[in-house]
Ligand binder design. Structure first.
Ligand SMILES: [Fe+2]
Length: 174
Protein backbone atom coordinates (compact mmCIF):
# COMPACT_ATOMS: atom_id res chain seq x y z
CA UNK A 1 0.00 0.00 0.00
CA UNK A 2 2.99 2.29 -0.32
CA UNK A 3 2.51 3.31 -3.95
CA UNK A 4 0.32 6.09 -5.25
CA UNK A 5 -1.55 3.69 -7.53
CA UNK A 6 -2.35 1.31 -4.65
CA UNK A 7 -3.62 4.27 -2.63
CA UNK A 8 -5.81 5.47 -5.49
CA UNK A 9 -7.20 1.92 -5.93
CA UNK A 10 -8.00 1.63 -2.23
CA UNK A 11 -9.79 4.98 -2.17
CA UNK A 12 -11.71 4.16 -5.38
CA UNK A 13 -12.88 0.87 -3.86
CA UNK A 14 -14.20 2.69 -0.78
CA UNK A 15 -15.94 5.43 -2.76
CA UNK A 16 -19.15 3.53 -3.48
CA UNK A 17 -22.70 3.53 -2.16
CA UNK A 18 -24.69 6.07 -0.17
CA UNK A 19 -22.08 6.22 2.59
CA UNK A 20 -19.12 6.67 0.23
CA UNK A 21 -17.88 9.89 1.85
CA UNK A 22 -17.88 8.36 5.32
CA UNK A 23 -16.10 5.22 4.11
CA UNK A 24 -13.45 7.23 2.26
CA UNK A 25 -12.84 9.41 5.33
CA UNK A 26 -12.35 6.29 7.48
CA UNK A 27 -9.93 4.85 4.95
CA UNK A 28 -8.03 8.13 4.72
CA UNK A 29 -7.62 8.16 8.49
CA UNK A 30 -6.17 4.64 8.38
CA UNK A 31 -3.70 5.50 5.61
CA UNK A 32 -2.58 8.63 7.40
CA UNK A 33 -2.01 6.68 10.62
CA UNK A 34 0.11 4.18 8.68
CA UNK A 35 2.10 6.88 6.88
CA UNK A 36 2.88 8.92 9.99
CA UNK A 37 3.64 11.91 7.73
CA UNK A 38 3.45 12.74 4.03
CA UNK A 39 2.38 9.97 1.61
CA UNK A 40 5.33 7.60 1.10
CA UNK A 41 5.51 8.29 -2.64
CA UNK A 42 6.38 11.91 -1.88
CA UNK A 43 9.94 12.68 -0.78
CA UNK A 44 9.06 15.88 1.06
CA UNK A 45 6.71 18.84 0.88
CA UNK A 46 8.27 22.26 0.57
CA UNK A 47 5.67 24.66 -0.80
CA UNK A 48 1.98 25.08 -1.45
CA UNK A 49 0.41 23.00 -4.20
CA UNK A 50 -2.81 21.46 -5.50
CA UNK A 51 -1.87 18.24 -7.30
CA UNK A 52 -4.47 16.00 -8.90
CA UNK A 53 -3.66 12.34 -8.23
CA UNK A 54 -6.76 10.95 -9.95
CA UNK A 55 -9.76 12.31 -11.84
CA UNK A 56 -12.67 10.70 -13.66
CA UNK A 57 -16.44 11.26 -13.89
CA UNK A 58 -17.09 9.77 -10.45
CA UNK A 59 -14.03 10.50 -8.35
CA UNK A 60 -11.25 13.05 -7.90
CA UNK A 61 -8.30 12.64 -5.52
CA UNK A 62 -6.15 15.66 -4.75
CA UNK A 63 -2.97 16.19 -2.74
CA UNK A 64 -3.13 19.67 -1.23
CA UNK A 65 -0.31 21.48 0.55
CA UNK A 66 -1.49 24.65 2.27
CA UNK A 67 0.89 27.60 2.59
CA UNK A 68 0.96 29.12 6.10
CA UNK A 69 -2.16 31.16 6.90
CA UNK A 70 -3.75 30.79 3.47
CA UNK A 71 -7.54 31.07 3.50
CA UNK A 72 -9.95 30.15 0.72
CA UNK A 73 -13.14 31.86 -0.33
CA UNK A 74 -16.36 30.22 0.86
CA UNK A 75 -17.15 27.60 -1.79
CA UNK A 76 -19.36 24.66 -2.64
CA UNK A 77 -18.04 21.58 -4.45
CA UNK A 78 -21.46 20.31 -5.65
CA UNK A 79 -20.35 16.79 -4.62
CA UNK A 80 -19.39 15.05 -1.38
CA UNK A 81 -15.87 15.57 -0.07
CA UNK A 82 -13.67 13.58 2.32
CA UNK A 83 -10.61 15.29 3.76
CA UNK A 84 -7.70 13.76 5.65
CA UNK A 85 -4.72 15.61 7.13
CA UNK A 86 -1.23 14.20 7.62
CA UNK A 87 0.32 17.49 8.79
CA UNK A 88 -0.89 20.79 10.24
CA UNK A 89 -4.49 21.94 10.69
CA UNK A 90 -7.47 23.04 8.60
CA UNK A 91 -10.03 25.37 10.20
CA UNK A 92 -13.36 25.33 8.38
CA UNK A 93 -16.04 27.97 8.65
CA UNK A 94 -19.34 26.45 7.50
CA UNK A 95 -21.87 28.58 5.66
CA UNK A 96 -25.45 28.21 4.47
CA UNK A 97 -27.41 30.00 1.78
CA UNK A 98 -29.90 32.69 2.78
CA UNK A 99 -32.26 34.82 0.68
CA UNK A 100 -29.53 37.02 -0.77
CA UNK A 101 -26.18 35.26 -0.29
CA UNK A 102 -24.68 33.08 2.46
CA UNK A 103 -24.25 33.34 6.22
CA UNK A 104 -21.99 31.47 8.68
CA UNK A 105 -23.60 28.50 10.44
CA UNK A 106 -20.80 26.60 12.14
CA UNK A 107 -17.16 25.62 12.29
CA UNK A 108 -15.11 22.47 12.07
CA UNK A 109 -11.40 22.05 12.65
CA UNK A 110 -9.30 19.02 11.83
CA UNK A 111 -5.71 18.31 12.74
CA UNK A 112 -3.03 15.91 11.48
CA UNK A 113 -4.22 12.32 11.86
CA UNK A 114 -7.89 13.17 11.45
CA UNK A 115 -10.32 12.99 8.55
CA UNK A 116 -13.81 14.37 8.04
CA UNK A 117 -16.40 14.52 5.28
CA UNK A 118 -18.93 16.99 3.92
CA UNK A 119 -22.09 16.36 1.91
CA UNK A 120 -22.62 17.85 -1.55
CA UNK A 121 -24.50 20.89 -0.29
CA UNK A 122 -21.82 21.96 2.20
CA UNK A 123 -20.32 25.41 1.84
CA UNK A 124 -17.02 26.04 3.60
CA UNK A 125 -14.10 28.40 3.72
CA UNK A 126 -10.85 26.87 4.86
CA UNK A 127 -7.91 28.41 6.71
CA UNK A 128 -4.49 27.00 7.47
CA UNK A 129 -3.96 28.67 10.85
CA UNK A 130 -0.40 27.47 11.51
CA UNK A 131 2.97 29.00 10.62
CA UNK A 132 4.01 25.90 8.66
CA UNK A 133 2.60 23.93 5.76
CA UNK A 134 -0.56 21.88 6.18
CA UNK A 135 -0.65 18.65 4.15
CA UNK A 136 -3.90 16.97 3.15
CA UNK A 137 -5.56 14.53 0.82
CA UNK A 138 -8.95 15.71 -0.45
CA UNK A 139 -11.28 13.24 -2.16
CA UNK A 140 -14.36 14.38 -4.10
CA UNK A 141 -17.30 12.26 -5.23
CA UNK A 142 -17.35 13.41 -8.84
CA UNK A 143 -15.46 15.16 -11.60
CA UNK A 144 -14.07 18.05 -9.59
CA UNK A 145 -12.33 19.60 -12.60
CA UNK A 146 -15.51 19.90 -14.66
CA UNK A 147 -18.16 20.48 -12.01
CA UNK A 148 -20.15 23.65 -11.47
CA UNK A 149 -18.13 24.72 -8.44
CA UNK A 150 -19.07 28.11 -7.06
CA UNK A 151 -17.47 30.44 -4.55
CA UNK A 152 -18.37 33.69 -2.80
CA UNK A 153 -16.24 36.82 -2.72
CA UNK A 154 -14.46 37.19 0.65
CA UNK A 155 -15.67 40.75 1.19
CA UNK A 156 -19.03 41.05 -0.54
CA UNK A 157 -20.10 37.37 -0.38
CA UNK A 158 -21.19 37.65 -4.01
CA UNK A 159 -21.51 34.26 -5.72
CA UNK A 160 -19.39 33.50 -8.79
CA UNK A 161 -17.96 30.45 -10.60
CA UNK A 162 -14.92 28.88 -8.96
CA UNK A 163 -11.82 28.63 -11.12
CA UNK A 164 -9.56 25.77 -10.06
CA UNK A 165 -6.58 27.08 -12.06
CA UNK A 166 -6.79 30.34 -10.10
CA UNK A 167 -6.78 28.37 -6.87
CA UNK A 168 -3.77 26.32 -7.99
CA UNK A 169 -1.84 29.52 -8.75
CA UNK A 170 -2.83 31.01 -5.39
CA UNK A 171 -1.55 27.95 -3.50
CA UNK A 172 1.68 27.78 -5.53
CA UNK A 173 2.47 31.47 -5.15
CA UNK A 174 1.57 32.12 -1.52
FE1 LIG B 1 -13.38 22.83 -0.28
Amino acid sequence: MNSQSAFVDAISNAATGPDAAEKVAARLEKFIADWGGPPPWIDSIESGAIDFLYNDDDLTIVHIVWPPHLITEPHNHSMWAAIGLYQGRENNILWRRNDTSIEPCGAKTIVAGEACWFDKDAIHSVHNPVDGLTGAIHVYGGDFLNANNVEWDQLTLTERPRNIAVQQAKFANS
